[in-house]
Design a protein around this ligand. Structure first.
Ligand SMILES: [Fe+2]
Ligand SMILES: [Fe+2]
Length: 289
């Protein structure tokens, strides 16, 4: 158990709340939660994944648009779903399917507590930055998880805003009256209102949904683990930088403007030069018009 693990009762309640709020949202743009869980199976092959996705024309069209987008570097070259799955890899395909569903997640937040479109834009921007930063810096198996980790890194806010509106309202009111700056202060405010931070909450739900453990760990670490950042995983460090890039180049989520973020080196900044335009391009491919 990590030093951030919430009490078992709280963890169970959050997992159940997240299932109720989002269990059907994952894959809702497609065929529902069954498709998402089928895609999670380790033994699924490219042909089976393509068949599953192909059963839902809207999702199939989205996957084809994204696979052919500049982000994945194969503009106009991917002609079939099976080719999309084999050239991009299953982890990228899972990311695309997940990304196509995230708008439903953001929109379930109670209005006024979290701007779903802003949350989606921030999540997609962080996913792209994480992918770009991971490409040259992490070995392939971990690098391929960076996109999904980026998409889900602030899932905790959507969980809070959808399932604990009163606590979220009180938290936002406190932040508005006395803006908090710095990690210890932000951590304390979130603990006071929710019993854990949004990073711990997102990690808990990702673990509960059976995503690879490296994704949950990175989500837990995306604002650092403690003052010294001890023991942060390579994927967690990439995610921390990606969140900083998205917050800096586009904007941070309003509710977490006070958290400290690392500065990118010149080399890291170079990797995310086109972040704003790539984010706009991917959002358009996911949800045209
Ligand atoms: Fe965050
Ligand atoms: Fe973030």
């Amino acid at each position: 158990m990590s030093d951030h693990s919430p009490p078992a009762g709280l963890a169970a309640r959050i997992a159940a709340d997240a299932d109720r709020a989002f269990g059907r949202s994952l894959g809702q743009a497609s065929a529902g939660a069954e498709l998402w869980s089928a895609l999670q199976r380790e033994d699924i092959d490219a042909a089976a994944a393509a068949r599953l996705i192909g059963g839902t024309p809207v999702l199939a069209a989205t996957v084809m648009r994204v696979a052919n987008s500049a982000l994945f570097g194969r503009r106009g070259q991917v002609g079939s779903l099976q080719r999309a799955v084999t050239t991009l890899g299953l982890d990228a395909i899972r990311g695309v399917v997940l990304a196509a569903s995230l708008r439903h997640v953001g929109r379930q937040a109670v209005p006024g507590l979290l701007d779903g479109d802003e949350w989606l834009q921030h999540s997609v921007a962080t996913a792209i930055a994480a992918r770009r930063l991971a490409e040259a810096r992490l070995p392939p198996p971990e690098a391929e998880l960076a996109f999904i980790a980026g998409l889900l890194h602030d899932l905790g806010w959507a969980v809070f805003a959808s399932t604990q509106p009163e606590a979220m309202r009180a938290c936002l009111a406190e932040l508005a009256v006395s803006p908090v700056r710095g990690d210890p202060g932000c951590r304390a405010v979130e603990h006071r209102h929710f019993g854990l931070t949004h990073a711990d909450c997102g990690a808990l739900v990702a673990d509960h949904w059976g995503l690879p453990v490296a994704i949950g760990a990175a989500i837990r670490e995306h604002h650092g683990r403690n003052a010294a950042d001890e023991g942060i995983s390579p994927l967690g460090a990439i995610l921390r930088l990606a969140d900083a890039a998205a917050s800096d180049r586009i904007m941070p989520l309003a509710c977490e403007a006070g958290w400290d973020r690392p500065a990118l080196s010149a080399d890291q900044a170079e990797s995310v030069t086109d972040l704003a335009s790539e984010t706009a391009g991917l959002l358009e491919a996911l949800h045209p018009g």
